[in-house]
Design a protein around this ligand. Structure first.
Ligand code: SAH
Ligand code: SF4
Ligand code: F3S
Length: 442
């Protein structure tokens, strides 16, 4: 038997890339590769890239520069670029970086085995098609290996919303939902391999409208059916758009026990003028009303979000409106970014680009407020008993760590036999990014 070739994948960007990296490993597994976690010993290195902000895209070229030495030491090493930079820049990557052997966009990675064969034969392969066929279910049988207790599962991909700042509709294409039966099959397979918590993924996951046996299913119906799978104890979903929070999805937060009390619902700005310029198609007030309805269904839900400061035309008053919205919501956790003009998106060409120092100042003020809210949300857990799914050994000996129902990191003193189990934990103390607790009776 020949020794299998080794594959090293480095993943940037969102959870969908994490999911895709697993699928790429499976696709190349069928071509005789096994995954390694050291680039130095790999026969193939794949960078699964992100194009969302300029900094993210630049990382690819600096990483490729660093790989030069490895390629010099091992001329048989093949280097591939996948993901959203591959989609957006395609041939430009081959031109700029002679050491790249293959470029594959996020829609065509099921073709990796043939692209790899072309690269092995000495060619340079490029595939940034949006193929007709469904990439998700073309990868053949999965290896039935055991895996950790949590998993991602992409149910929807692409975006039709065209926010004025965002590259995703261009890199991932139009919205596509996977048929419900395939999602359920994949979920059952994951559960059979040891998974107890699944996070459903999509760029606009709540726009899900997959074909079910009795017509199109929305995300709420999909979640309710998934919840019936024996052994699947926790369900989450991300990322959702405020305009797709349908009534039955809000209701599911109140009555579906498996649906965890955490929701990432980005709003980007609190200024109606800026929301309009961003093409978000809702007002700040509508967003606040929506949050109120979700909280009425599930009072202890932890809300998270994304914000962009310094969008073209943003004034101090617009920024203050964002601060006011944040104060009104009270977030548990958030991501916030300086606006980054992206080639090909409408906002990149607009007048009124905000100077870098103003963006930095606003980001610092926003982050100070968001940090304070996160601290308050962490502190509010002290004394409560929450469910925790233990995922791995802690940094200290004799500790295990996991995530609470509200997706906060929790560590307790307990043996490794607790890994993969869900238990009630009494929270004793809060730190900025983690909670300390002890196993509670019951
Ligand atoms: N589909 C998700 C978000 C995808 S991108 C949604 O609609 O909410 C993740 C986050 O990156 C966005 O929510 C936004 O806050 C940020 N982002 C996207 N494009 C950006 C840009 N050009 N500059 C700065 N931040 C950006
Ligand atoms: Fe980008 Fe807007 Fe689509 Fe989210 S909804 S992926 S921010 S275009
Ligand atoms: Fe980045 Fe593409 Fe995800 S641009 S955020 S990897 S969809």
């Amino acid at each position: 038997m020949t020794t299998p070739r080794k594959l090293f994948i480095k993943t940037y960007g969102c959870q969908m890339n994490v999911y895709d990296s697993e699928r790429m490993a499976e696709a190349l597994g069928a071509a005789g590769y096994v995954v390694t976690d050291t680039a130095e010993t790999a026969d193939m290195i794949l960078l699964n890239t992100c194009h969302i902000r300029e900094k993210a895209a630049e990382k690819v070229y600096s990483e490729l520069g660093r790989l030069k030495g490895l390629k010099a030491a091992n001329p048989d090493l093949k280097i591939g670029v996948a993901g959203c930079v591959a989609q957006a820049e395609g041939e430009e990557i081959l031109r700029r970086q002679p050491l790249v052997d293959l470029v594959v966009g996020p829609q065509s990675y099921h073709r990796l085995p043939e692209l790899e064969a072309r690269a092995r034969a000495g060619g340079r392969a490029l595939d940034t098609d949006f193929p007709e066929e469904d990439k998700f279910d073309r990868l053949g049988g999965r290896p039935k290996a055991q895996r950790g207790p949590t998993a991602f599962l992409t149910v929807q991909e692409g975006c039709d919303k065209f926010c004025a700042f965002c590259v995703v509709p261009y890199t991932r294409g139009a919205e596509v939902s996977r048929p419900a039966a395939r999602v359920l099959d994949e979920a059952r397979d994951l559960v059979a391999r040891g998974v107890r918590e699944i996070t459903l993924l999509g760029q606009n996951v709540n726009a899900y409208h997959g074909e079910g046996q009795d017509g199109a299913w929305g995300l709420a119906r999909l979640i309710r059916e998934l919840a019936r799978i024996e052994g699947l104890d926790r369900i989450r979903y991300t990322t959702s758009h405020p305009n797709d929070m349908e009534d039955d999805l809000i209701a599911a937060h109140g009555d579906c026990r498996e649906l965890m009390p955490y929701l990432h619902l980005p709003v980007q700005s609190g200024s109606d003028r800026i929301l309009k310029a961003m093409n978000r198609k809702h007002s700040a007030e509508q967003y606040l009303a929506l949050i109120a309805r979700i909280r009425a269904a599930r009072p202890d839900i932890l809300i998270s979000g994304d914000f962009i400061v310094g969008f073209p035309g943003e004034t101090e008053a617009d920024f203050e409106a964002t601060m006011a919205l944040v104060r009104a919501v009270g977030y548990g956790q958030c991501y916030s970014f300086k606006y980054s003009p992206r080639p090909g998106t409408p906002a990149a060409e607009r007048e009124g680009q905000v100077p870098e120092d103003v963006k930095s100042d606003r980001l610092a003020r926003l982050q100070a407020l968001l940090d304070a809210q996160q601290q308050a949300a962490q502190q509010a857990m002290v004394g409560r008993v929450v469910g925790v799914l233990f995922e791995k050994p802690g940094r200290m000996q004799g500790q295990v760590v996991g995530k609470s129902d509200h997706l906060q990191a929790v560590h307790v003193e307990a043996g490794e036999d607790w890994l993969g189990r869900i238990a009630p934990v009494e929270i004793l103390a809060a730190a900025p990014n983690s909670l300390a607790g002890r196993l509670a009776a019951g």
